[in-house]
Design a protein around this ligand. Structure first.
Ligand SMILES: Cc1ncc(COP(=O)(O)O)c(C=O)c1O
Length: 357
């Protein structure tokens, strides 16, 4: 936690924080803990954990892929995929703003000697086929081999339309590239687009899905794809230190989440839309909503004092990370109707504290 949040959370409270910093902040509820406690387990490095095997098989089947592999985190899942697809000196084409490039500590370059070519996303978060075609290197000894296209959905909460995903993937495939989809919030995209998991997964060879974001488990991600890729990823997971043992306790939480936490993602999207509508009535605020996320900025050139906003919200028990140009609020399974009332009241208080309102 940042020192900023340490300072804010140090102040005593009688009620739990309403934490809007991310959907990763949720803690497992009593029912999820119960299935974790009762999980049948074994040594997963020997493929002996029946609950892990069940989760991997179930997600692979849902997404129309041959096999799945449980990982410690989304970053490990993406890195294992990138290393499975690419050799040293190969190139990944992706967006400058996508997580694999911007927020995963350069792992593919450090561990795999893989280069990145980055493009700008369009307003909907997609990569343009023409831009991809323009970035693919010719078969020339001076150039790296453009091996893998990395896509992301949702991106900054935006659910990118299936035809846009397909067009990007087709542009890469036409040049012999493979496609990986960072689906950290895969099911948010599926629900928002009202398509099947297999439809969205069908655009890519491999897909990573996080269990610990909107799905609400304590940790974990599953990489799905062709059996051959998953076999490679298993060796890579091992050398990355991600071969875990009786990890059925985590897989049980994942299975619980697949049963209970996918359909309800729509509640998060609806609450984001409801709060956005409420905030839109406040003069001077520019509000953007994307699935379970809301981005607040100023309509004028004078930015919002986001630290002041965070302070007023914290006085009401609402936690946010103040942004520079834009501040993000994230809805998740711990934001219920009662929390929504508190959040609205906190914003109203802040709005009235602004001069002239
Ligand atoms: C789009 C996206 N991909 C990957 C990740 C990485 O997941 P993890 O934090 O589990 O490593 C995140 C985390 O926030 C993410 O937002």
């Amino acid at each position: 936690m940042s020192s900023y949040h340490q300072a804010i959370k140090a102040s005593p409270r009688n009620t739990p924080w309403i934490d809007l910093r991310s959907d990763t902040v949720t803690t497992p509820g009593p029912d999820m803990r119960q299935v974790m406690a009762n999980a049948e387990v074994g040594d997963d490095v020997y493929d002996d954990d029946p609950t892990v095997n069940l989760l991997q098989d179930r997600l692979a089947e849902m997404l129309g892929k041959e096999a799945g592999l449980l990982m410690a985190s989304g970053t490990m899942s993406n890195l294992s995929a990138m290393l499975s697809h690419c050799g040293r000196g190969d190139e990944i084409i992706t967006a400058k703003q996508y997580h694999v490039f911007s927020d995963e500590a350069g792992g593919a370059a450090i561990v795999g000697g893989i280069m990145f070519e980055t493009l700008e996303t369009s307003a909907d978060g997609a990569l343009e086929p023409d831009a991809i075609r323009g970035a693919i290197k010719p078969d020339d000894i001076h150039c790296p081999v453009s091996r893998l296209l990395c896509l992301e959905n949702t991106h900054h909460g935006k659910a990118i339309a299936l035809d846009r995903m397909q067009a990007a993937a087709d542009a890469g495939r036409a040049a012999g590239m493979q496609v990986h989809l960072d689906g950290a919030r895969f099911f948010n995209a599926v629900k928002a687009l009202n398509i099947s998991p297999a439809d969205l997964a069908g655009v890519a060879d491999t897909v990573s899905i996080c269990l610990s974001k909107g799905l609400g488990t304590p940790a974990g991600s599953v990489l799905v794809g062709p059996q051959e890729m998953i076999n490679k990823a298993k060796r890579i997971r091992k050398f990355l230190g991600g071969g875990m043992r009786q990890v059925g306790v985590l897989a049980a939480a994942g299975l619980y989440a697949l049963d209970h936490h996918i359909e309800r993602l729509t509640d998060d999207h609806n609450r984001a839309a409801e709060l956005a509508a409420y905030l839109s009535a406040m003069d001077g605020l520019a509000i953007e909503t994307a699935t379970n996320m809301i981005f607040i900025s100023s309509q004028s050139s004078q930015p919002i004092d986001a630290h002041h906003l965070a302070k007023v919200l914290a006085d009401h028990g609402v936690l946010i990370t103040p942004g520079d140009a834009s501040t993000r609020l994230v809805m998740h399974l711990e934001v219920d109707d009662h929390a929504m009332e508190t959040i609205k009241a906190a914003f109203q208080d802040w709005y009235e504290s602004q001069s002239g309102n």
